[in-house]
Design a protein around this ligand. Structure first.
Ligand code: 1AE
Length: 409
């Protein structure tokens, strides 16, 4: 019998509650159900399944109204109670509880034994860099926009244009599904042939993250069809399907390409102060444990924003050496343009993917110029230039900062 424990930490808001009592009711209620009612013989038998209160820290919530109270409660759950999959731990720790008043799941600390069931990202930061042969700078990713309603020739041409800008990665838009104009295998073949053509011109290797879609039970087969057609990356809407689906895909030896996790639906789960799952856990730790090589999330600067402290905590969860799974690339996204690159590199350091859709395709010189301008912005920061100075000798960057400006904070 396994006698290790996995931990969950919650922030509970209540103006009157006895938080210690509440913690004890969680520890008992989500494990053995009832304790005081049990006869002594049953208690002995059930002891190994009983949750434990680890800590209860009462404090005033940030920005609280007068008198508002909250507590951070950590509960230890016996690993013996659940199987080695993320849904089992999530349902144990935050199944019914997620609906029980103002409570947010802040963190989970799975045991070493639990973590050992997850191979995690196949490639991670280092593996993706090795494929691309790029080790000394942030990567640049273009989001393939305006993809619905186009035929294959049109799609190929649009792909080629963004690839010619020298970006490292191109990801499908997450809303591109199986459709009669650009069926999966033909779409992959068209885009990969454009990638090869661009590679000849730029000397830059390129990964194409094809959107993996379809019904859950078809996903593995669809992933393998895409890979057989030449896809060298997959984009996956993890939260619409569940972490376990990502874990199954990532653990499959035949799915031997990096997987980028898209955060679609995350807004229904993390932004509330009082409910849901914290962003660092949802988009950082669990994505990495489940096997995402890259995780996208809203940045602190663009069009869809997440507060900076939370953003950096997502990055920390993706990169920390404290987890046994390979580090995964943070990809702060949404509304990113060239004028934000100094902020991104300043806040995230070198292990980051600069990711943009509108910032590439909205460049007045076209998508190739947009990609080039991003590469120039990265080079400017690496060489210690301001964007304005570097732009004096780099036309695409000059036009980009004329269009979007430069943000300094
Ligand atoms: C947080 C996800 C961002 C995303 O998927 C996306 O398509 C962003 O597009 P832009 O860069 O805002 O145009």
């Amino acid at each position: 019998m396994n006698n290790s424990y996995s931990h969950a930490t919650y922030r509970l808001y209540d103006d009157k509650a006895d938080f210690q009592k509440k913690a004890e009711s969680i520890a008992v209620g989500l494990t053995v159900g009832s304790w005081t009612e049990l006869p002594e013989a049953a208690k002995e038998q059930m002891q190994k399944h009983l949750g434990k209160v680890v800590s209860v820290l009462v404090h005033e919530p940030e920005g609280a109204a007068p008198g508002e109270r909250c507590a951070d409660i950590t509960i230890a759950y016996p690993d013996a109670n659940f199987s080695r999959d993320i849904p089992a731990f999530l349902v144990t720790a935050f199944g019914k509880l997620s609906m029980d008043g103002r409570i947010k799941l802040i963190d989970m600390e799975p045991s070493t034994d639990f973590l050992s069931a997850f191979p995690g990202p196949k490639f991670g930061v280092q593996g993706v860099r090795d494929i691309l042969g790029v080790h000394d700078r942030p990567l640049v990713m273009s989001i393939f926009k305006s993809v619905i309603g186009h035929d294959l020739d049109n799609l190929r041409e649009q792909f080629l244009q963004q690839a010619l800008g020298g970006v490292d990665l191109i990801k499908d838009d997450e809303i591109l599904f199986e459709n009669p104009l650009t069926p999966l295998e033909q779409r992959v073949e068209a885009c990969i042939s454009a990638a090869r053509e661009a590679e000849q011109a730029t000397g830059q290797k390129l990964l194409y993250f094809t959107n993996l879609t379809g019904s859950t039970f078809q996903l593995k087969a669809n992933a393998k069809r895409a890979i057989a057609a030449g896809a060298n990356g997959l984009l996956f809407n993890v939260l619409a399907y569940g972490f376990d689906v990502l874990a199954e895909l990532a653990a499959d030896p035949e799915i031997n390409v990096p997987i980028a996790a898209h955060p679609a639906m995350a807004g229904a789960m993390y932004p509330s102060l009082h409910h849901g799952i914290s962003a660092p856990l949802l988009l950082g730790k669990l994505m990495r444990i489940a096997g995402a090589d890259l995780s996208l999330f809203p940045s602190p600067y663009g069009s869809v924003v997440m507060p900076k402290a939370e953003n950096l905590a997502v990055m920390e969860a993706l990169l920390t050496p404290a987890l046994p799974q390979k580090p995964a690339f943070p990809v702060p996204s949404a509304g990113i343009h060239q004028g934000l690159v100094p902020l991104i590199m300043g806040d995230f350091g070198p292990e980051v993917v600069v990711n943009a859709g509108g910032g590439v395709h909205g460049h007045p010189g076209g998508s190739a110029a947009g990609g080039r301008a991003f590469r120039q912005a990265v080079d400017a920061v690496r060489s210690g230039f301001t964007l304005e100075d570097y732009a004096q000798t780099h036309e695409e960057l000059r036009i980009a900062i004329e269009r979007w400006g430069v943000r300094t904070s």
